[in-house]
Design a protein around this ligand. Sequence first.
Ligand code: HAM
Length: 426
Amino acid sequence: MGSMIRKVKGTRDILPPDSRLWVEVEATAHRVFGGFGYEEIRLPLLESTELFVRSVGEDTDIVSKEMYTFADRKGRSLTLRPEGTASVARAFVENGLGQRPQPLRLTYLGPMFRYEKMQRGRYRQFAQIGIEILGAAAPQADVEVLLVLHTFLAALGFDDLIIVLNNLGDPEDRPRFIDGLKAELSPHREKLCSDCQRRWDANPLRILDCKVPSCRELVAETTPVADVVSDEAKRHVEEVEAGLAALDIKVRRAPRLVRGLDYYLRTVFEVISPQLGEDTVICGGGRYDRLISDLGGSRIPGTGFAIGEDRLVEVLPESFRNRVLDRPVVAVLPLGAEAAATGLGVTRDLAARGITAPTEVTGRSLKAGLKWAGKIGARAAIIIGQTELEANAAIVRDLARSEQQTVSLDQVPVIIARLLQKKEHE
Ligand code: HAM
């Protein structure tokens, strides 16, 4: 006998019934995003390494230490995508999507890969659900993106999530900000952690994002980036905030929020769940007006977000979980080989009405069949024995009440629908 093979560290098997939560979350995303005009783009999981180096940035944690990069058989450097925005931008340029009516509204979902230290809510293969709006420079596009996010989270029943937002200014503002930051921090430079020592030259903005408490304390004393950005950038994010206020969407300023990817400018935001805390955010997003031109396209602005689906599912509200997980099931029990096809026909008729009613196909006796029905949590059983088969009928048994009745086959869907509407202990 061979030894058991285990899954790769950091990957997960999403098993039923939990997988139902994923299916329903994704269906809700498509419905909500679709209503705002977003259409799905399906992107490859494999991209040229160069794409992420040029977009996410060489000195980010993602590119410098978290990518699954390998040479293919011809020696080309490929990377399992760590995020989706770079691929959307690449696809925009490569497919000439600038020719379509602008702005273009796109949504995507699927697995991303980052070689990260495992912990709750942090995996090496995880899924994102994202949207991007391309070709709209105005603050209204940021407002829309945040409204879509807010509407989606509300549709899932969330009411305790916090949206935090910051203004990173434009790339032209950055050297000024970084000079100021370094001037303020330099008296304390040796107190910064070893990671921040490295960031000092490579990517000083990321010092603001350090999780080490002593670094946080030092950073808390520094001038917020939003205070040193251009008037135009200031006005942009203020207009985003005004638009959100008009829609009654609450956001909180997070003066040290910088995000871990280099392409952002002006508006950046994250969604925090009180359950997971600030270090395990549910969603990140923002504006990236230079990304497409950096990838060889024209000056097309963009803004969007990506939700971490693993984390989202982990903190789904009880109401949503119950609605999805408590879906009733009916067991169809044909007795004997002659009844088997009739049983499957009943399953088909019930399935067509949205009722889940698997057929017993292993040839169990009535007694064993009822036991199986109990194990799968069936609310009712539909029993088709020799007598019923000859009469074109079935026994519908209410398993909670232990009552049963014989009905003609074409009546089964109606009777079952009625039975499922009754509460179990009415
Ligand atoms: P990000 O903040 O790197 O942004 O990732 C977005 C979300 O993906 C995070 O907020 C988190 O929920 C989830 N996530 C990231 N890494 C992991 C992990 N190791 N395990 C589980 N979940 C994770 C982006 O990727 C940008 N592309 C978002 C964006 C879209 N910005 C503009 N448009």
